[in-house]
Structures are given as C-alpha cells and as structure tokens.
Unconditional design. Structure first.
Length: 370
C-alpha cells in the first residue's frame, strides 16, 4: 500500500510539475525586454498539492505575484500570495500574505492573515511517549503576523515580529489525556507574542540557496500586557550552511535549538516532526519545553529539470536544556525528488520520503525543506 501511495504521489507531482513548468516557459517567453528588472512582475495561479503524515493528501489553489522593488543585483524578490487548501483528513487552511523587500534590502515588511481548521494528533509530552497514546483534537482559529526587519550591516538584519493566535480546541477524544483538562492549553485562548531577532544572511537565494550561510537568534515573549492568555518565553537558534560542488551539486546543513519557559500551552511546546525538519515523524510526535535537532541534505541534478536529494538528521526534546544531553535521540533519514518549475526563481516541487524510529512520512510540497 505504501508503495502504491508513493507511486501515485510521484506521478501526480511529476504531472503538476510538467504543467506548471510549461506555464512558466510560456510566461517567460511573453515577457518583454523593454521592462526593467525592478519593474517586472509576474502573476501565477497554480494548483496546490501536498502530503504529510498528519494531513494526508493536500489540495488547493494559490495565486502568487512576484516582483522586485529595486535592482535585481541588490534587492530580493517580493511576493503577494493568496492560498487555500483542504486535506483528506478534513483539515482546511487559507491565508493572504505580502512579503516585501524594499530597495537594496534596506527594509523587509511582511504581513499574514490566516484562518485554519485543523484536526491534529497528540501523543503527550516527553521523548518516550508511545504510539498507543495517540489521540486527536481539532484546533480552529485565526493567526495574524506582522514583521518589520531592517538591514543594520552588510548581510545582517534586525527586526521584530508580532504574532497573535486565537485558538478554539474542540473534538477532543474521550478518555484521552487532553479530555482530563489537566493539560495546559486545552481551553484554547489567545497567544500574543512579540519577538525580537537578529540574523546574518549571506545566502545567494532565500528559498533555494546553493552557497552562503544563515543564522538567526531570536527571543519571544507572550504576555498578558499585549493580550495573551498565557505568559511564557521562547528562545531559538536556526543556523544553516550551504556548499556548492561542481555546477549544481549542493550540500546543505542545518542546526536548530529552541527553549521555552513559563506557562506554555501544549500546542506551543517545542515539537519534533514536520515537512521541513525531522522528516519521517508526524508533526508534534514528540514535544516538550526544549528541543534540539540537526540535518544534512545532499542535492544533485539528475536530468534536465529533475533533481534528487538524500538527507539524514537527528533530534530530541526534553523538559529543560540541561536534560537534552540525556534525552532519547531520534534519527531521521530519507531521499527525494525535485522538479524545477521556475529556473530563474529556483522554485521547485519537492517530493520526499522520510523515515524515523518506527514511523515514516511521504511529503509533497513547494520549495526546498531548508
């Protein structure tokens, strides 16, 4: 059955890639050379297909406008996006977003408004929760996010992010841990966070880097002073490095660390498992106050617009940073296929198969994992 699902998803991803790639070629040919790089924009309406263990098959549509607000040599691509999906597990999400890089990357301004209705699995808190502990709940509500970032030195940025979610937790399975009411966050409520960060970014491309590095240091606070029902803090580190070999062979590495303190609701704890890190585990398969992880991925061209990747990683969660050295380390490994859609933007369809301890996952998404 898993082999059949893999083949069906592979065929679907390849078909979508071929369709969208042909659209990209047609659009590229229709661009006139009289327009400058800073004024050129493109609008694409695309089907969205995806897959992850916790969502099953994803389907929807997105409209994306891409443009530059300055010369291509000094200004990154900005984009406006409208996005809506449903899943085979009765989940739904829609958002509108604008992400703008001003001339010379002096400022980045981003805003996102989202609404989601998502049944999700919960296994308890800790690094040793059994598969038998699985129970489902439904998270429903809006998310608002605003980001302002300024370049303070060459390749160095500092900024602030305001994020608000108002969640209703419902459809909790009877007899499970969540149904006892003893898990913080089962009453839902508002989480309002303000985050400050500093980042150094020398990547040659934001979504599909081939060389350079990225490091982000961030500290966030959820506080009743700005309307949060929960008071807690979060500290995070995200480090990435990219090396190019030959014409287009890429080795990518990433290190992740998160720590929380205070009254953290269960859906805000540090989690293992996603389509971008620790592939092979269901989202939130393991969660606790603190977590650490790392992954390495090798990306190689294969044939024309097709590429292949292999990846390995490891991670773990613990009730405190000092306990991370004692936690069970969970491995992650797998391989995947890349279908190049827009060569100029390095936009790809990503099909990955990942395995973990006693679990596996099949992923279909847009863009590289990291």
């Amino acid at each position: 059955m898993r082999t059949c699902n893999w083949l069906r998803l592979l065929a679907l991803g390849t078909l979508c890639g071929a369709i969208v790639a042909s659209m990209a070629d047609a659009q590229s040919k229709s661009d006139t050379t009289s327009r400058t790089e800073s004024s050129r924009s493109s609008v694409s309406i695309l089907p969205v297909v995806g897959s992850a263990p916790e969502t099953g098959f994803q389907y929807g549509v997105t409209a994306i406008r891409m443009y530059r607000l300055g010369p291509s040599e000094t200004t990154r691509v900005s984009q406006d996006q409208v996005y809506a999906i449903g899943t085979s597990k009765s989940q739904a999400k829609a958002f509108v977003q604008t992400d703008r890089w001003l001339r010379g990357d002096a400022w980045r301004l981003k805003f996102r408004a989202e609404y989601a209705h998502f049944p999700l699995p919960y296994y308890g808190v800790g690094s040793e929760t059994p598969d038998a502990a699985e129970e489902w709940y439904t998270s429903t509500g809006p998310l608002l996010l605003a980001l302002a970032q300024r370049r303070v030195a060459r390749a160095t940025f500092a900024g602030v992010v305001a994020r608000m979610t108002r969640t209703t937790v419902s459809e909790i399975e009877p007899g499970g841990e969540l149904a006892t009411g003893n898990v913080l966050g089962t009453d839902g409520g508002t989480v309002s966070q303000v985050q400050g960060f500093i980042a150094r970014d020398s990547r040659d491309h934001v979504v599909a880097a081939r060389q350079g590095s990225f490091i982000l240091l961030a500290a966030a606070s959820a506080n009743g002073a700005w309307g949060s029902d929960y008071d807690f803090s979060r500290y995070s580190v995200d480090g990435r490095k990219y090396w190019t070999f030959g014409s287009a062979h890429v080795l990518a590495a990433q290190f992740l660390f998160e720590a929380t303190s205070g009254s953290v609701p269960f859906d805000q704890l540090v989690q293992i498992g996603s389509d971008t890190a620790m592939r092979g585990y269901t989202r939130g398969r393991y969660r606790d106050s603190d977590g650490v992880g790392a992954q390495v991925e090798y990306r190689s061209p294969f044939f024309k617009r097709l590429g292949v990747v292999g990846f390995v990683g490891a991670g773990g969660v613990a009730p405190s940073t000092g306990k991370l050295s004692e936690t069970t380390v969970r491995p992650s490994y797998g391989a995947g296929l890349r279908i190049l859609l827009f060569p100029a933007q390095r936009a790809t369809i990503r099909i990955d198969y990942g395995r973990g301890t006693g679990s596996s996952g099949l992923y279909l998404a847009l863009g590289e994992a990291f």
